[in-house]
Design a protein around this ligand. Structure first.
Ligand SMILES: Nc1ncnc2c1ncn2[C@@H]1O[C@H](COP(=O)(O)OP(=O)(O)OP(=O)(O)O)[C@@H](O)[C@H]1O
Ligand SMILES: [Mg+2]
Length: 244
């Protein structure tokens, strides 16, 4: 009997999550005069789309150095960093600025809002740098303000808002460009417990909506809100539950 060759089903990619962040063998050496210090000593780290990751570690362990690399604010001395599939090491300063603007939303401990601009004007700023037309900027800034629960505070300046509200404006600004990645460096470090709760609830919501979030924190109860904790020790990274 003639053998039947059944047609194979068309290759379908498995539903594996896409990495947003892929660090391989990343080293960062600071030079001060003739003194060299290796702040990152060979970091491998993968963070997939939709993950919510907390970064913890002692003072001086390399967390901010790692965040600066992840945020394309600084470049690795050695190793590779792929952000949303793009090899960041091959980009010049203009391209890095562009990738920061398009792919990453930043939230800092100090809110870094411009005091002379109203809340929605602060939120539209990344779109100004991205050359988005004015009417679209306004619409997207208003939508982002509504999303963080501040649709009724559009025209207030930062000084007229509480700390928690200012941080929510900063989150709206981080989100307005629809970045692949939200990077937060101690976002609740300057907030009271009520505002901390509001901002963390907002992060939970953003995570539930599929955002990728990386948050540096010193507080265990803040880190517990994340799905996974990455611990930095002495320039190296260890993930909780990872036996290495
Ligand atoms: N620009 C720099 N030049 C020289 N050394 C630096 C520089 N920035 C950081 N370092 C050193 O690299 C190491 C890691 O610093 P980093 O700021 O990443 O630590 P960290 O984990 O963020 O600490 P903290 O919790 O105190 O913020 C430290 O020993 C620090 O002194
Ligand atoms: Mg730091």
């Amino acid at each position: 009997m003639a053998e039947l060759t059944l047609p194979l089903p068309a290759a379908r990619p498995a539903a594996t999550p896409e990495p947003v962040i892929e660090l391989t063998g990343v080293r960062k050496t600071y030079r001060t005069g003739t003194v060299e210090f290796e702040a990152l000593r060979g970091v491998d780290l993968r963070i997939d789309a939709g993950e919510y990751v907390a970064v913890m570690g002692p003072s001086g362990s390399g967390k901010s150095t790692l965040m600066n690399v992840l945020g394309c604010l600084d470049v690795a001395t050695q190793g590779t960093y792929r952000l949303a599939g793009e090899d960041v090491g091959e980009l010049d300063e203009t391209d890095l600025a562009d990738i920061r603007n398009r792919r990453i939303g930043f939230v800092f401990q100090q809110f870094h809002l411009l005091p002379s601009l109203s809340a929605w004007r602060n939120v539209e700023l990344p779109l100004v740098y991205g050359h988005v037309p004015a009417a679209e900027r306004r619409a997207r800034a208003v939508a982002a303000m509504e999303r963080v629960g501040l649709g009724d505070r559009l025209d207030n300046r930062p000084g007229e808002l509480s700390g928690g509200q200012q941080q929510r404006v900063a989150v709206a600004r981080a989100l307005v460009g629809e970045p692949a990645l939200l990077l937060a460096d101690e976002p609740t470090g300057n907030l009271d417990s009520v505002s901390t709760r509001d901002v963390l609830a907002l992060f939970d919501e953003l995570h539930a909506q599929g955002r990728t979030i990386v948050l540096i924190t010193h507080e265990e109860d803040v880190a517990r809100r994340a799905q996974r904790v990455v611990r930095v020790f002495d320039g190296l990274v260890r993930t909780d539950g990872d036996p290495r």
